[in-house]
Design a protein around this ligand. Structure first.
Ligand SMILES: [Fe+2]
Ligand SMILES: [Fe+2]
Length: 191
């Protein structure tokens, strides 16, 4: 994957499902980046991963899950299962965040988080996105994409000077604090 294709601000997809699938791929790459980072690079790479996870899961929780509950037959159960997986991943992330990238067991904990996030993404793709695509039209999915794009702009995937420092201030502190900020941005974009 080229660098430019990973930059959210250059992504062309307008369908919410395409956007979320692209984010799943970016999250995979970002786990690789953290795992392979030199010790002094691990902290910043981890911060980029945490931001993208917060952006991605918040967008799903604000936009996609509620819609699936409404339009998909049996959607309530599908979404409840996904939310349980997301909660589990958030707990692992919270503990990893608290321990910090210099903790001796950081990579072990990161492996656990990665397994949870990967399994969750696969379940979404298989049980949720397929149904959503089948039961919505392109216009509905384009409307949902606006909120995802607005959220994504808060999480640059690469350290490019200027751009990152401008957005960095918006997503600081704990993942919980980030989620509050992201939710505001999504709700404004969807109004
Ligand atoms: Fe999710
Ligand atoms: Fe997802």
């Amino acid at each position: 994957m080229t660098d430019s294709s990973r930059r959210p601000e250059t992504m062309e997809e307008k369908d919410v499902i395409d956007l979320l699938l692209a984010q799943h791929a970016m999250i995979r790459d970002m786990f690789d980046d953290v795992e392979q980072a030199a010790p002094q690079e691990r902290g910043p790479a981890f911060t980029r991963l945490v931001r993208m996870l917060a952006v991605h899961e918040t967008a799903e929780e604000e936009i996609v899950h509620p819609y699936v509950r409404k339009v998909v037959d049996g959607g309530e159960a599908v979404v409840d299962d996904r939310l349980a997986e997301e909660r589990q991943a958030k707990e692992l992330l919270q503990r990893l965040e608290e321990a910090g990238p210099d903790a001796p067991d950081f990579l072990e904990r990161l492996t656990l988080l990665r397994a949870a996030v990967t399994a969750h993404a696969r379940s979404e793709e298989r049980y949720e996105f397929v149904r959503l695509r089948a039961e919505t039209g392109p216009a509905e999915r384009r409307a949902m994409a606006a909120g995802v794009k607005a959220a994504e702009a808060l999480a640059p995937t690469h350290p490019h000077p200027g751009v990152e420092s401008a957005t960095m201030n918006l997503l600081v502190g704990t993942p919980v604090a980030m989620v509050d900020r992201i939710r505001d941005v999504i709700r404004q974009a969807m109004r």
